[in-house]
Design a protein around this ligand. Structure first.
Ligand code: RTP
Ligand code: MG
Length: 138
């Protein structure tokens, strides 16, 4: 068993569309434990730290603005290989092409919305998870 922790964010589109329960239900159904959970309205400072790796990319500023547009639900989930497992559950970044059966594939709206409105974030490595959990649950 490789027990890990990951940071999951339900982005403002997911919270606004009242999908928080459905998304968390999928995480739990997969066998992961929710060990911390809170709803927060992020600050620019927090998001700049979280999205450090994307500074300078064309989608960076719109992404930060979007993440500031409403509350976010931050979750620490724990379980065997949860980092990779949750990203698989979330589906690929763009909801248009995310596989059916995934959170983004099933629930991501495809009405010409921007890629950033893809419902969830999940840490992509052990290092990212440790860093991001420190930012959101300082
Ligand atoms: P996440 O970090 O949210 O779990 O998603 P990810 O690893 O699949 O995607 P990443 O490359 O880390 O990008 C972070 C978030 O930026 C937005 N994005 N927009 N071309 C675009 O307009 C674009 N590319 C990325 C998405 O919200 C993505 O989740
Ligand atoms: Mg990422």
């Amino acid at each position: 068993m490789t027990i890990e922790r990951t940071l999951i964010l339900i982005k403002p589109d997911g919270v606004k569309r009242r999908l928080t329960g459905q998304i968390i239900a999928r995480v739990e159904a997969k066998g992961y434990d929710v060990v911390e959970l809170k709803q927060v309205h992020a600050t620019r400072e927090l998001l700049e730290a979280h999205y450090e790796e994307h500074v300078g990319k064309p989608f960076y500023e719109p992404l930060v603005e979007f993440m500031l547009s409403g509350p976010v639900v931050a979750v620490i989930a724990e379980g065997h290989n949860v980092i990779t497992g949750f990203r698989s559950l979330a589906g690929t970044t763009d909801p248009t092409t995310a596989a059916p059966g995934t959170i983004r594939g099933d629930l991501g709206r495809d009405w010409g919305l921007k890629v950033q409105q893809n419902l969830v974030h999940g840490s992509d490595s052990v290092e990212s998870a440790t860093r991001e959990i420190g930012i959101w649950f300082a």
